[in-house]
Structures are given as structure tokens and as C-alpha cells.
Write a protein that binds this ligand. Structure first.
Ligand SMILES: O=C(O)CCC(=O)C(=O)O
Ligand SMILES: [Fe+2]
Length: 239
């Protein structure tokens, strides 16, 4: 059955406020970074900033970012596949729960083509008994659009969220629900993959920063149009 689109964003608004701590660049970890996508995997350290090294360590393997996950050719093919579905919708200025602005979205079945190949490549990020659904949530954000802090609905979404970003870079920020001074930021370059699971999925809000706040440390990350393919699994008890 299809879920009403956007329902997964019916989350908890972040308790914002408090000044940002100084970036603690995460320790590189021992040995070479695991290239798998399971909880043992490591994020590309250059694409991740944390409010403290302790927090980076705590979310290691739970908030993952990988640059260059899809090639430019694959990205072009994915866009060709999802654009017709997106064009059927109109850009909206805000969602009923106000978590998102300047967006349109669709759900894309992935039975073939580049989308299906991508689904197979992100599947190892999910627990074997909780694979991703055979469709992607396609979110198209205008340069002025943003996704406010929220936790994906536990009623409609399972333990793992994986997103592939196309076209524009952006910054994904996680913030602890209980300790809002604790944050993690992922630099999402075009072609990158991020994965959120465990504490990163349930105990932190996530958001895509609006253009005027789109910085990764000192680095300005100007926002253009961004299309994301987001993969989710079902919550326990669905099947
Ligand atoms: O754009 C993204 O990568 C994340 C969007 C999101 O958090 C959501 O749709 O729940
Ligand atoms: Fe979300």
C-alpha cells in the first residue's frame, strides 16, 4: 500500500537555540575506512563535522556520508528517469507540518533502469531482514527550498534512511533531541550517499539547511536545485 506522501516528516520539531560549538573534526579511525555500507562502515571524514570528537565517535557508522557514490553518467540517467514524475507535481511553499519549503516530490517505483541499479547498490546499507522498499521518495528542492529539523515518522519509516543527492550540494545537519548542543553536519555533494540509522535516525533531528545558512564550517555551500532519491525500509510489524 502506498503511504500518503510526506507523512514520514510528521516528526518532532527541533529544540533549536544555543550557540554552535566549535567544530571537532572526527578522528580518522584506525586502518583504512571500511568501504561497505553496514554499521561497521566509516564516513568520509572530510564530509563530516561534529560538535565534538565524542559525538563523531558516538555516531560513527550510524551517520554515514560517501562522496562519489554515483557517477555523473548515472546521475544524468537517474534524473532522466525521475524528471517526468516530478514534472507532474507543482512546487509547494510549505508542507502541512511546516517542515519543508520550496519543494515537489514523488514516489518512484524502481523496477528497472538506473533507479533499480541504485536500489541494489544501497541495499547493503539496510539490515538484511529489513531491506529498502522497492521505490524511492524523490524530493526536488528549489535553490530557496529547505527541509526543517524533524525526525522521520516511526509509524511510516523503519530503522534506516539512505539518500542520494543530485545536482546541487547541500548541508544535512543532525541535532540531538535531548542535547541540542550536540550536532553533526554532513556535506552532501552531488553524487554522494548518506545513511542514517540507529541513534542518528531516532535520537537526532535532521534538516537540509536553507541557502542563507548553507555553510560547512567556513565553506559556503551555495544551494541550487537539488534532487534527492531517498530510500527507506518499513517499520517493524509491517510485514
Ligand atoms: O532531502 C533529503 O535528503 C532529506 C529529506 C527528508 O529528510 C525527508 O523527506 O524526510
Ligand atoms: Fe527526513
Amino acid at each position: 500500500m502506498h503511504r500518503a506522501r510526506g507523512l514520514w516528516r510528521a516528526g518532532v520539531p527541533a529544540a533549536l537555540g544555543g550557540s554552535r560549538a566549535v567544530s571537532g573534526v572526527p578522528a580518522a579511525g584506525s586502518g583504512s575506512p571500511g568501504r561497505g555500507l553496514g554499521p561497521e562502515a566509516e564516513a568520509d571524514p572530510a564530509l563530516l563535522r561534529a560538535s565534538s570528537p565524542e559525538l563523531a565517535q558516538r555516531l560513527r557508522g550510524l551517520a554515514l556520508v560517501r562522496g562519489g557514490f554515483v557517477s555523473e553518467g548515472e546521475a544524468a540517467e537517474l534524473l532522466r528517469e525521475v524528471e517526468p514524475g516530478l514534472r507532474r507535481g507543482r512546487y509547494q511553499s510549505d508542507h502541512w507540518d511546516r517542515a519543508i519549503t520550496g519543494y515537489r516530490e514523488t514516489e518512484r517505483g524502481l523496477r528497472g533502469g538506473a533507479g533499480r541499479a541504485l536500489l541494489l547498490r544501497v541495499t547493503p546499507a539496510f539490515p538484511p531482514r529489513r531491506p529498502p522498499r522497492p521505490s524511492a521518495h524523490v524530493l526536488d528542492l528549489l535553490p530557496g527550498g529547505s527541509v526543517g529539523p524533524h525526525v522521520d515518522s516511526v509509524k511510516f519509516c523503519g530503522c534506516t534512511i539512505a539518500g542520494v543527492s543530485l545536482l546541487s550540494p547541500s548541508v544535512l545537519r543532525l541535532r540531538s533531541l535531548r542535547e541540542p548542543q550536540n550536532w553533526l553536519e554532513l556535506l552532501l555533494e552531488p553524487g554522494s550517499l548518506y545513511v542514517l540509522r540507529g541513534a542518528a535516525r531516532y535520537e537526532f533531528t535532521h534538516e537540509i539547511l536553507p541557502d542563507e545558512e548553507s555553510f560547512f564550517g567556513e565553506l559556503r555551500v551555495p544551494r541550487g536545485r537539488r534532487v534527492a532519491l531517498i530510500f527507506r525500509n518499513d517499520p517493524p510489524g509491517e510485514n
